[in-house]
Design a protein around this ligand. Sequence first.
Ligand code: G6P
Length: 368
Amino acid sequence: FVVDKGNYKHFMAKEIHEQPEVVARTLAHYIDFANNCVRLPFELPFDPKALTGITLTACGTAYYAGLVGKYWFERFARLRVEIDVASEFRYREAPMPENGLMLVVSQSGETADTLASLRYAKTQGQKIIGVVNVSTSTIARESDVAAPTLAGPEIGVASTKAFTCQLTVLASLAIALGRARGVLSADEEKRLVNELMVVPGLLAESMKLEPKIEQLSHRLGKTTDVLYLGRGPSYPLALEGALKLKEISYIHAEGYAAGELKHGPIALIDEQLPVIVIAPSDPVLEKTVSNLQEVSARGGKIILLGDAHSIAAAATPLAGEIVMPAMAPDFSAIVYAAPIQMLAYHTAVFMGKDVDQPRNLAKSVTVE
Ligand code: G6P
């Protein structure tokens, strides 16, 4: 890897644009393309049929990757997933199940809280898989198995390509566990693997939306608050979108589960507040649309991130739309991450912020 900005103004822009390539490379490490099945690059350190559940911990963006992964492990492997931020988990003295798997996710592999959680889980007899981007890191070494993300060095403080590679590994692992546990049939595995295989191409296609996203970002750059809403795997994406925006533009942003709207954030809706609704065509679209209409009825300014179908389904005036290519629903979260990152990036650039080195933040938090 040559660690320079190439033709980009910032490392973050370069890393966003590298995603089709690094996600493809990560996939190639986990997928047998000739047979349309997952082939893990390691032996599972446990009997998958005896596995009782997964505990997942991480920090920041890696935590949100884990939160998306939870939906996949539950659905495709029928495994219970307990997930928490590492700074909470490490001190909770949580009881852990017999034959349990601890999954930690970390770009750097050095985050202090994540490492402490890993060490606690070991004392509780858990098997550890560390999803890490740095293969020589402490977390990689202390895990029973290191599951590599092949994102290459990530320099921008705000994580982008590491996130989509983490999602790619978690998706592959969920399919592999589903298959090994006898939950997924060979045909279902094939269908899911086929969906994963088209993700790099869809990421490349979504990069073409950048001019439109840049245009929208000029409006966001003039606001003080932004609300992100999503359901299902789009809920953690809403959290990640809000995190990205606040990290680099310093605009106050909140991510919320769309269904929680009426339990609080609906009180914030007025004609000023931009509400970014993440709504791919998936089984919960109809529910998300009804939340979106609640926002619209109160004069909220909706920016819809969806495909042609979901935008038509919204059937309400929009302040902006980002029209994604149509895709199968299962792994759309990996593709939808890209426009969310681009929106935060361009907003921060428009505002003249230091995108690669945002104030007060560190790339890797190795102390508490
Ligand atoms: C810091 C970085 C984030 C990252 C988080 C977890 O806060 O600024 O981008 O998501 O740490 O880091 P890790 O290396 O464990 O993924």
